[in-house]
Design a protein around this ligand. Structure first.
Ligand code: TEU
Length: 542
């Protein structure tokens, strides 16, 4: 069985990482320039979100050609350089495969539009003369119907995301073959693994029926997904012992994830689920603000850790390019910026699974709190704005919701230093830099022993050197809803993780534990009866 508990993955959103040619847009050469930084941090893999040819209606998640690099990011030579330079630093490169859908500008869709039957069969097309009656009530994740009428097809095509992201018909063997070819193309180049976008949505039912949840349970975790994953594993990455794969599964179940990730099933190494990042949705609705439900969060962490223990494997994360920054979201960055940032870091690096860092997290970057709609770039946010406007919600309230929930909260440029545009670029970036870049930036933190950055380095080095953390069993300890406590144990040794989830002191009862050395503490001291606001500790037990 592969050991992935002592590996650390860094998610990199290239357009906002570092701009080497000063066009305002981050690029692949920019990543090469910052590899020493990533090595210093201590990461083993970099997952790069899509850099393929794309019209970028969804920032690259609308891929027009999976084997071509979009010129805005650079060239194929740049990717070769990145792979070889990363390898010199023992860093592997993972690419993001968006295989549920393809851009409407792809050759496949363009051929289909021209009437080519072979390519029409790459998509879910339902013939109809009625432009006002889609085949089912399914809705797109980005708002509106999931069906788009297309004159050329004399019918509708399916798109679970934007109408320019057309769902691929995995039922067609030719589609599966094309996608396997893509994976092998990249593996041959030296790519060591993949993150598979919304991969539990690739199986679709034979018939498109209306449902109360607008199709969701019909296209999520369809049994065919397991078959498709086994197939691509066997025909591509499964042939490489050192490959690493992670599937993105926003909503899924523990039982399915055991199957997706149990090594005997030969599907994927691990999965991201998002249940713990929906505890601030009001009645399941993202676009209504609600403080996070700590009790539910704790329960979800517990359920998924225990549910997959010895059966599957979790990818552990609290930030990514679709999520607001967790320190702003579940913490209190106005009063406890350092403490909240390091608390959530400690959680990620002490759970069972493979930890992921999202760019900027390692310096405690926060949400930018944009104040006008003109500052937003994300298609989902702009659609939500328009929909809420149509529902007559007040401009001020909509902007308040976006400033908390928008995906752009995590997409602002990495804050490298305190110069104009935060050292990301010499030109105006495609999306504004957060206004706190003078206080929060890499330059300020890199040589400061007490910085968030050096806290991450400490955590990473502890994680990699301590087998209890990367390989140990997990056991949760009852505590009140303001604290989270668990033990990691292996070969008669254990350590205790103590986490305060609130901006006030909280009582803990540790009388039954024999405490030894403190390995991690985001405060200078420790009072055994009270955790300070957002305090996090890792303590060896006798
Ligand atoms: O995200 C899928 C996904 O679940 C999110 O779009 C999620 O629904 C949304 O953020 C919740 O508000 C993946 C990519 O990570 C995302 O960037 C893409 O837009 C999406 O797939 C489509 O490819």
């Amino acid at each position: 069985m592969k050991k992935l508990g002592n590996k650390v993955v860094y998610e990199l959103y290239p357009s906002s990482f570092y701009d080497s040619n000063n066009d305002g847009y981050g690029d692949i050469k920019g990543i090469v320039e910052k590899l020493d930084y990533l090595q210093l941090l201590g990461v083993d893999y970099i997952w790069i979100t899509p850099v393929f040819k794309s019209p970028k209606n969804d920032n690259g998640y609308d891929v027009a050609n999976y084997c071509e690099i979009d010129p805005i990011f650079g060239s194929m030579e740049d990717v070769d350089l990145l792979i070889s330079e990363a390898k010199k630093r023992n860093i592997g490169i993972m690419l993001d495969m968006v295989f549920n859908h393809v851009s409407s500008e792809s050759q496949w869709f363009q051929e289909a539009l021209k009437g080519n039957k072979k390519y029409q069969d790459y998509f879910y097309i339902v013939k109809s003369d009625d432009k006002n009656s889609p085949p089912s009530n399914w809705v797109s994740k980005f708002g509106g119907s999931a069906w788009q009428y297309q004159e050329e097809f004399n019918g509708y095509y399916l798109h679970l995301f934007d109408k320019t992201q057309v769902d691929l018909k995995w039922k067609n063997k030719k589609v599966r073959k094309e996608l396997i070819k893509v994976l092998n193309f990249w593996l041959k180049k030296g790519i060591c693994g993949f993150r598979f976008d919304v991969v539990n949505l690739i199986g679709k039912p034979n018939e498109f029926k209306d449902s109360k949840d607008f199709g969701k349970h019909l296209y999520t975790d369809h049994p065919d997904v397991h078959e498709y994953l086994k197939l691509i594993n066997k025909k591509s990455f499964g042939k490489y012992d050192t490959s690493i794969t992670v599937g993105e599964m926003s909503s899924t179940t523990i039982d399915n994830c055991i199957k997706y990730t149990n090594p005997n099933e030969k599907e994927l190494d691990m999965v991201f689920n998002f249940h713990h990042l929906k505890v601030d949705y009001k009645n399941g609705n993202k676009w209504e603000n609600k403080p996070w439900d700590k009790k539910e969060f704790k329960q979800l962490i517990k359920d998924w850790q225990l549910g997959l223990q010895n059966k599957g494997w979790n990818a552990i994360f609290l930030n990514n390019h679709d999520q607001p920054r967790v320190n702003s979201r579940y913490g209190d960055v106005s009063k406890y910026w350092f403490e909240s940032s390091t608390l959530f870091a400690t959680l990620v690096f002490t759970l069972q699974g493979t930890p992921f860092i999202y760019q900027g997290e390692e310096i405690g970057m926060t949400n930018p709190y944009f104040k006008t709609i003109g500052e937003y770039r994300d298609v989902e946010s702009i659609n939500a704005y328009n929909e809420l406007k149509q529902k007559n919600k007040k401009e001020k309230d909509i902007l308040e919701i976006l400033s908390v929930k928008s995906r752009d909260n995590s997409r602002t440029p990495v804050q490298w230093d305190d110069s104009r545009y935060a050292g990301f670029s010499k030109s105006k970036p495609w999306i504004d830099v957060s206004s706190n870049y003078k206080q929060i930036n890499v330059k300020k933190q890199i040589y400061d022993e007490n910085s968030v950055f050096n806290f991450y380095r400490k955590l990473i080095s502890l994680r990699k050197s301590n087998e209890l953390l990367y390989d140990g069993n997990i056991e949760f300890i009852d505590s009140d809803e303001n604290t989270l406590m668990f033990k990691r144990s292996l070969n008669n040794k254990s350590l205790l993780v103590l986490l305060s989830l609130v901006n006030k002191p909280s009582k803990v009862n540790l009388s039954k534990f024999k405490l030894k050395d403190i390995l991690i503490n985001n405060y200078k001291d420790f009072d055994k009866k009270t955790l300070k606001p957002y305090q996090s500790l890792v303590i060896e037990l006798e």
